[in-house]
Each structure stands twice: as structure tokens, then as C-alpha cells.
Design a protein around this ligand. Structure first.
Ligand code: UTP
Length: 310
């Protein structure tokens, strides 16, 4: 009897886990205008801004690889070609580095190369909002769960934020967003959760509101730029409904999945930096550079000196 129950439990667990499709694809929406960084972003994509020694898009790509993602879908737009070129193999550069014996640098550059046949490109002709950008990837995503990573949201963590999400997703399936607490006066900058069951790590999502006023916000738990979504979200994005700020919002389409499919918010371990803003970008550069084995000690000394003179 004991054995029979164990077998039965195993079968149920197996059925549950086998129904959870793995997350193999990630969408990187990079078609935004980056107006907060003008004029730096007049002809260069915001996602090419360097965080210490790698552009934001490469940080996002490396986080996706660490999470086991196999296919990388860029939603690009005008003046964004630099983003795909960054992941090319550059024979002349490699030859020069080899002839100079720069083996360390060769290894670093190789980290920026995308495996053949794994980068997919689609274009968003006009920046109509994040929901529209994700919708532009519909044909490339197909009928399977997928990750969305906003490269201008950077998470400094021991284990990558997307890896953390995938590990929870593999146990429970459904839809998932990474979340963090924000000051109440800031709720109008984020997508905010209305939560159900909450164990302090994972919060069941009962509702989602894009950029609510502090007095209307159902909580202070906000979505950051990391998502795992089921393909059914495209059914709602198809409607092209505009929401907050006159943009087609991803949050609005996600909100319609609630009740139909499980939806959870994961309080990730790590620190998130909003690299879409100048202050967040500067903070991220400081946080990453003080941890850099090569330049860290110098940066720390320079920051200390500067702080003393302020
Ligand atoms: P943001 O909200 O930061 O917008 O987009 P933005 O246009 O890039 O920057 P600002 O506000 O003008 O300074 C978050 C992410 O979504 C992408 C952006 O490229 C960025 O990675 N995005 C946004 C799109 O791909 N398309 C859009 O229509 C909007």
C-alpha cells in the first residue's frame, strides 16, 4: 500500500512536470527610443551603452544563456543594427589580437559571439509600447513558453535573475514575473501587483495595474524587466489595445491571463538597476566596477576620494 501510494505520487509529479514545457526562447525588446539618454542615443541604441566592459545587451544575453535559453530573439528598429553586429565573429579583430598575443582579450571577446543559427531578428516599425514589441516576436516564439528580458533593467546577483525564475518555473509552470518592493510614491513608474497567497518569496498574482497613482496602487510590489510567459498572452496582445501613456502595454495583456493560468511574482535575490535612467546607469556602473577583479580596487579608492571632497 505504502509502495502503491509512492508510485502513484511519482506518477502525478511526473505528469505535472512533463506538462511544463521548458523555456527555450528569450525575447529582447530593443526597439525603444531611449529618449532619457539623448543625445547619446541619437544614432546609437541605448542597449549598447557599456556597463563596465560589456554593452547592456550582452549582459542580458549572458543572463539568458546562464538560464539555459537556446534561442535569442531581438525586437529591433531603426538605427539598431549595431546590436546584432555586436554578436558577430570578427576575423580581422581576432587576427590582430592573436598577433599581439592578447589571449585574455580574445577570451573576453569570444563571450560576445552568438552561436550560429541562434539569433533571430524581427522589427518593430514604430515604438508603440512594450506589449507591441513583444507581439512583434509572435511568429518567432510560436506555441511555447518564452522569456522576456529588458536589457535596460540589470540585476546584479550571484545567480542570474532569469536562472532563478526558470528554477521556480520548472516546478510550477504558468506565468511568472520578477518583482521587488518600491517606495509607495514610486508606484506610478511601474507595473504593480495585487497579490493573493504570498510566502515572502513567491506571491500569487490576483491582478496587475500599470503605473497606478500611489493612492490607487493595490500594493508596492512592482514588476521588473524579467518575464516568463505562456504563448496565450499573444491572444490578448493581438487586440493592440492601448493603455497607460497611450502605449500598448504588456502588463494589460498579462493581466488578462490571470484566472486562466497560474501567475506568480518571484522576489528575486539581487539588486536591480534601472539602466534606462541616467542615475540607475551610473549606480550600476559603480556597483559592477567595484566588483571587477581588475579595476575594482582603483574604483573603490577613487570613489572614496571623491566622496571625501563632496
Ligand atoms: P522604456 O520604457 O525604457 O522606453 O523601454 P525607451 O523608449 O527604451 O526609453 P525612454 O523612456 O524613451 O528613455 C523598456 C524596454 O522596452 C523596449 C526598449 O528598447 C527597452 O529595452 N521597448 C519599449 C521596445 O522595444 N519598444 C517599445 O515600443 C517600447
Amino acid at each position: 500500500m505504502q509502495n502503491g501510494r509512492t508510485v502513484q505520487q511519482h506518477t502525478v509529479t511526473h505528469l505535472m512536470t512533463s506538462a511544463i514545457k521548458p523555456v527555450r526562447k528569450a525575447v529582447f525588446p530593443v526597439a525603444g527610443l531611449g529618449t532619457r539618454f539623448l543625445p547619446a542615443t541619437k544614432s546609437m541604441p541605448k542597449e549598447m551603452l557599456p556597463l563596465v566592459d560589456r554593452p547592456l545587451i550582452q549582459h542580458a544575453y549572458e543572463e539568458a544563456r546562464e538560464a539555459g535559453i537556446e534561442e535569442f530573439i531581438f525586437v529591433t528598429g531603426r538605427h539598431k543594427e549595431m546590436l546584432e553586429e555586436h554578436f558577430d565573429y570578427q576575423p580581422e579583430l581576432m587576427e590582430t589580437l592573436e598577433s599581439r598575443g592578447k589571449t585574455d582579450m580574445i577570451a573576453r571577446v569570444r563571450r560576445s559571439e552568438m552561436p550560429a543559427g541562434k539569433l533571430f531578428l524581427t522589427r518593430q516599425p514604430r515604438a508603440l509600447g512594450l506589449g507591441h514589441a513583444v507581439w512583434c516576436a509572435k511568429a518567432l516564439v510560436g506555441n511555447e513558453p518564452f522569456a522576456v528580458i529588458l536589457p535596460d533593467d540589470v540585476v546584479l546577483a550571484e545567480k542570474g535573475c532569469m536562472r532563478q525564475m526558470v528554477e521556480f518555473y520548472e516546478k510550477m509552470g504558468g506565468n511568472m514575473v520578477s518583482v521587488m518592493d518600491v517606495p509607495r510614491e514610486d508606484t506610478s513608474k511601474y507595473g504593480i501587483l495585487d497579490t493573493g497567497k504570498d510566502d515572502g518569496k513567491l506571491a500569487e498574482i490576483k491582478g496587475l495595474v500599470e503605473k497606478p497613482k500611489p493612492e490607487d496602487a493595490p500594493s508596492t510590489l512592482s514588476i521588473i524587466g524579467r518575464y516568463i510567459l505562456q504563448p496565450e498572452v499573444f491572444e490578448y496582445l493581438d487586440a493592440f489595445e492601448t493603455g497607460a501613456g497611450g502605449e500598448i502595454q504588456l502588463t494589460d495583456a498579462m493581466a488578462k491571463l490571470i484566472g486562466r493560468q497560474p501567475f506568480n511574482g518571484l522576489r528575486f535575490d539581487g539588486t536591480r538597476y534601472d539602466c534606462g535612467s541616467r542615475i540607475g546607469f551610473i549606480q550600476a556602473n559603480l556597483a559592477y566596477s567595484v566588483r571587477d577583479p581588475e579595476i575594482g580596487p582603483q574604483v573603490r579608492a577613487a570613489v572614496k576620494k571623491m566622496a571625501e571632497s563632496l
